[in-house]
Design a protein around this ligand. Structure first.
Ligand SMILES: *Cc1c(COP(=O)(O)O)cnc(C)c1O
Length: 360
């Protein structure tokens, strides 16, 4: 029997996709060759890749003047590439420090240029977000940066700021394609694929083509977005296996209602768990500002660390994996990515109710 997979990343994939990969890994569509042993300069890969990008454009409604491709190096490499390309001398980059991931991005950027943290909820332990309407970029802003969903802290932007002429850049690693977004509001959206889109290895880049005019043109090859855009992401060998799996996941998303369908699923699934937390008088507790609760990563606490340990042990015995919170913040966390079946969340809900009854 398959485990119920609540890991934060790498994370659950649709079973159908795993089965398709299994069935086709030796012989792709009767070609007598595997996708992962074929040249990335050959038709077999290129057809699959083109379909993958076209599906992504459809699902996210990406305007034509945006480049879409995949890089290696994880989302983490983007923490460096973004300021290297866009944080030019005399400019400042505006960062919302909202938790582990945005803060890492801000601290990498600060090694390259001037950073203005226009929001920093250190005092509140990163449990809330700024009101998007209150946000104004700095005078000399190169870009305004945010992380749409803090995977570790469990907070998610519900609306995004209007930054006018200043490019808005978002790390959407952990909530990409869990809801429709207006891509045209952003100059760049990126994310590691290993949360909602596929197995680890590829990082999705969606960038408005005109951003390239603002970049530092004097960078080494791999660091230069211009080179990747020009080569459609095929300047060097792309993470072929990961991209192939992403393509299959995207087909699965499309079959299941697209971004709207994923939003509906995310609302239904997250409500099951938040309802248990909210109806519990003092047993389950969510540290996060209700207005910004994440639908992807639900962080919660129990009255004691001993009980949290017991919760993890007993849920693991029930085949529910990955419920321990991130080591940096403790507590518990349930990640409910797109591919996680509704029934698995029902099982977690029932387990939580029973656990409170026995230990509350
Ligand atoms: C997982 C994650 C990252 C880091 O991704 P890597 O691919 O491991 O570099 C960055 N940002 C967010 C929001 C994440 O969830």
């Amino acid at each position: 029997m398959r485990k119920k997979n609540f890991f934060a990343g790498p994370s659950v994939l649709p079973v159908e996709v795993l089965e398709q990969l299994r069935d086709q890994v030796v012989d792709y569509n009767g070609e007598g060759l595997s996708m992962i042993e074929a040249s990335h300069r050959g038709g077999m890969f290129e057809n699959m890749y083109d379909e993958c990008l076209a599906t992504l454009r459809r699902l996210l409604n990406i305007p034509d003047d945006y480049d879409v491709y995949f890089l290696g190096g994880g989302a983490t490499l983007q923490f460096t590439m973004i300021p290297m390309n866009f944080l030019l001398p005399g400019k400042v980059a505006d960062y919302a420090k909202t938790g582990s991931w945005a803060n890492k991005a801000a601290s990498d950027a600060a090694k390259i240029g001037k950073v203005n943290a226009f929001f920093d909820d250190k005092e509140g332990n990163y449990t809330t977000l700024p009101d998007p309407k209150s946000i104004k970029p700095s005078e000399d802003s190169a870009y305004l940066y945010l992380c749409s969903n803090e995977t570790i802290g469990g907070i998610e932007w519900q609306e995004f700021p209007d930054t006018g002429d200043v490019p808005l850049i978002a790390d959407m690693s952990s909530d990409i394609l869990s809801r429709p977004v207006d891509v045209s509001k952003f100059s760049m959206i990126y994310g590691g694929v290993q949360k909602n889109l596929g197995p680890a290895g590829a990082t999705l880049i969606i960038m408005k083509h005109s951003m390239l005019d603002r970049r530092n043109e004097n960078l080494t090859a791999y660091m230069d977005y211009g080179l990747h855009a020009k080569n459609k992401g095929l300047y060097n060998t792309p993470p072929v296996f990961s991209i192939w799996a992403v393509k299959l996941v995207l087909d699965w998303v499309e079959k299941n209602g697209g971004a709207e369908g994923m939003l509906k699923r995310a609302k239904e699934k997250s409500a099951l768990i938040y309802d248990v937390i909210d109806s519990s008088s003092s047993f389950y507790r969510s540290p996060v500002d209700k207005r910004y609760r994440s639908r992807m990563n639900i962080v919660f606490r129990l009255p004691s660390e001993d009980l949290e340990k017991k919760f993890v042990e007993e849920s693991t015995k029930e085949g529910m994996l990955g419920l321990k919170g991130h080591r940096s913040v403790g507590g518990l966390r349930a990640s409910l990515y797109n591919a996680l079946p509704y029934e698995d969340v029902v099982a977690l809900r029932d387990f939580m109710v029973e656990f409170e009854r026995k230990n509350g």
